[in-house]
Design a protein around this ligand. Structure first.
Ligand code: 3HC
Length: 289
């Protein structure tokens, strides 16, 4: 199966960069969102990012123009799904929202189209049963910032056809990514499970007053060589995302130890969701200006 046209549903933190990465790789991409403001922000990002890359000498003018031509934005899911071969869903981490969306995607896309979810944690078998093509529904998990991070996790649930996984790995490769294949489903996949363990320990050390979050970040950055400590990274990926996925994990497991930490709950309630709002653990208001 040859993939030519991709639809990305959700133009937020992940969706807009996945869309642009796919457009830069030569795919015809339609990015859709129900929120006009988010969609406009994504358009503006493309308008500034491409000329910046050209000015930096990282992209030719022709390649930038081609990527721009390849990428369209629309508020209409129906329009975005027309004639697509491949869908990447990157909407909010709420299972009921995703299930509802995949039901619509199944109705609106051609029967041959693969329906992938970029969910950070939710396995595709929790979604695939709402469609008439479970063998074509799988996890394709990108990392933030999606234009930079090379890894893509492809997860082969029990319902997923070999061809679906193979085509998805190939799409990731064409986008310049390095895909890894998970042979079985597991909640949180590889990276987020490992990251969850790091975050849990970081919150424990912070909340019992062993060290400030800045010093914990410095320790992880300089002591382990991670590009960002866990708090700085949460600001990048979104504290709202951390809250939603941890609540989902708690609901699933019913284990109180899985509840979001008090610090995450406090930040979530205050609306201090990280970089995208200008404040999380760190302050980005100056940077935004
Ligand atoms: N969007 C697009 N490109 C970006 C970017 C962004 N937000 N931030 C940085 N870049 C690009 C820059 O343009 C630059 O590109 P170039 O080298 O080709 O010119 C390159 O990245 C390096 O940028 P900087 O020199 O400005 O900054 P750093 O060297 O500090 O890199 C970083 C920034 C790439 C974000 C780096 O700090 C990093 O790798 N951080 C860790 C990110 C990470 O761990 N992500 C995974 C999170 S977990 C996840 O996503 C899972 C999900 O389910 C939650």
């Amino acid at each position: 199966m040859e993939v030519k046209k991709i639809c990305v549903v959700g133009a937020g933190n992940m969706g807009h960069q996945i869309s642009l990465a796919a457009a830069l790789a030569g795919y015809q991409v339609t990015c859709t969102d129900i929120n006009e403001e988010i969609l406009n922000r994504a358009k503006n990002f493309v308008e500034t990012y491409l000329p910046e890359r050209v000015a930096k000498g990282k992209l030719t003018e022709e390649a930038a123009a081609k990527a721009k031509e390849n990428l369209t934005f629309t508020l209409s899911l129906e329009e975005a799904c027309k004639d697509v071969d491949f869908v990447i869903e990157a909407v909010i981490e709420k299972l009921d929202v995703k299930r509802e969306l995949f039901k619509k995607l199944d109705e609106l896309t051609p029967p041959h189209a693969i329906l992938a979810t970029n969910s950070s944690y939710i396995v595709s078998s929790k979604i695939a049963d709402v469609t008439k093509r479970p063998e074509k529904v799988l996890n394709m998990h990108f990392f933030n910032p999606a234009l930079v991070m090379k890894l893509v996790e492809v997860v082969k649930g029990p319902h997923v056809a070999d061809e679906t996984a193979e085509v998805t790995m190939e799409v990731a490769r064409k986008m310049g990514k390095v895909p890894v294949l998970l042979q079985k489903e597991i909640y949180g996949f590889l990276v987020n499970r490992i990251l969850a363990a790091i975050k849990a320990e970081a919150f424990y050390l912070y909340e019992i007053g062993i060290a400030d979050y800045k010093d914990i970040d410095t320790a992880v950055e300089l002591g382990l060589g991670h590009p960002m400590g866990p708090f700085r990274l949460m600001d990048l990926t979104g504290i709202d995302l951390t809250y939603y996925v941890e609540m989902e994990r708690y609901r699933e497991s019913r284990d109180p130890a899985m509840k979001p930490s008090p610090t995450v709950v406090e930040k979530f309630v205050k609306g201090e969701w990280g970089r995208k709002v200008g404040k999380g653990f760190y302050d980005y208001t100056q940077e935004k200006k």
